[in-house]
Design a protein around this ligand. Structure first.
Ligand SMILES: [Zn+2]
Length: 292
């Protein structure tokens, strides 16, 4: 019962934070405040009533259009709200499942709670970056860089909760070292790809934003999972490119596919979210296959 209640509450909180993410994605690229003014229609400028602002429900009730000027409200709004709601609900379901198991110790509770909160924060950051990169080819430094710092702090807390009290200082140093190595290695990998791309094409294909995003993934997930997220992201991006290419309309207007910009960052974010959801299972399956 607690599990269902907690999951529903997390889903509702997720919808609200997804709605806030939409406001951020609308306003950040235009350098506007996300608090003032209140939500308004981008087309006719009318300030919205509170009941036009309810996540998901309002979009469905208004059938995706502004009530006065009938301008369409993009599909991105309900999709983002639904995505954050579902991801947070998933975390809550897992968390309440873990703590209702037998043999509960206080240490387990704090550890599970920290992982659940950390995953929720990481998912919010990744969805925000995915939307910003898809719509503006923009991965702002003031999200990626504090995101990296947050990832290190998260791993230090996890390490402190995991270690016995007389080992905690040693463990923190090891964790910090491991995190820094992971961040550097992940960033260098993308820098190398960026350099190779430039040498072959003499044009920027992979941006510095992607380098910092990869460092962020490594800071949160560790090097192995960040590499897995990268592999998943590249495969998804390539699939997307093939689908885009095979559509005759885009082939004509793009004038050759080399000119078409593909938001690599968005696919890296999706790879990262897949890692949060199924990372352990994918790696376990791989280890079994490779007979580790
Ligand atoms: Zn309007």
């Amino acid at each position: 019962m607690l599990r269902v209640l907690g999951t529903v509450l997390a889903a509702l909180a997720g919808l609200a934070f997804g709605s806030f993410l939409n406001v951020c994605a609308n306003r950040w690229p235009r350098r506007m405040s996300v608090v003032k003014p209140r939500s308004y229609c981008a087309s006719c400028g009318r300030t919205l009533h509170w009941w036009e602002n309810i996540p998901l429900a309002s979009w469905i009730a208004l059938r995706g259009r502004c009530r006065t000027c009938r301008a369409p409200i993009g599909w991105r709004h309900p999709i983002v709200e639904l995505a954050i709601g579902a991801l947070w609900a998933h975390e809550a379901w897992r968390f309440f499942g873990e703590i209702s198991g037998s043999g509960l110790l206080p240490y387990d509770f704090n550890y599970s709670l920290t992982i659940a909160i950390g995953d929720c924060i990481l998912c919010w950051i990744l969805v925000a970056l995915a939307v910003l990169d898809a719509e503006n080819l923009w991965l702002p430094d003031w999200i990626t860089l504090p995101g990296i710092a947050l990832g290190i702090v998260y791993n230090l807390i996890i390490s402190a909760l995991q270690s016995l009290y007389w080992f905690w200082q040693q463990n923190l140093i090891t964790t910090l070292e491991r995190a820094l190595v992971a961040i550097l290695a992940a960033a260098c990998l993308i820098l190398l790809i960026r350099l190779i791309y430039w040498l072959i094409r003499r044009r920027e294909g992979v941006g510095m934003g992607d380098v910092k995003l990869m460092a962020l993934l490594a800071a949160w997930l560790g090097l192995i999972s960040a590499l897995l997220a990268f592999a998943l992201g590249v495969v998804l991006g390539a699939l997307f490119a093939v689908i885009l290419l095979s559509a005759p309309s885009t082939r004509k207007q793009a004038g050759g596919w080399a000119l078409k910009k593909i938001p690599l960052g968005s696919f890296l974010c999706i790879g990262g979210i897949m890692n949060v959801l199924w990372g352990e299972r994918i790696l376990d399956a791989y280890r079994q296959w490779a007979q580790f």
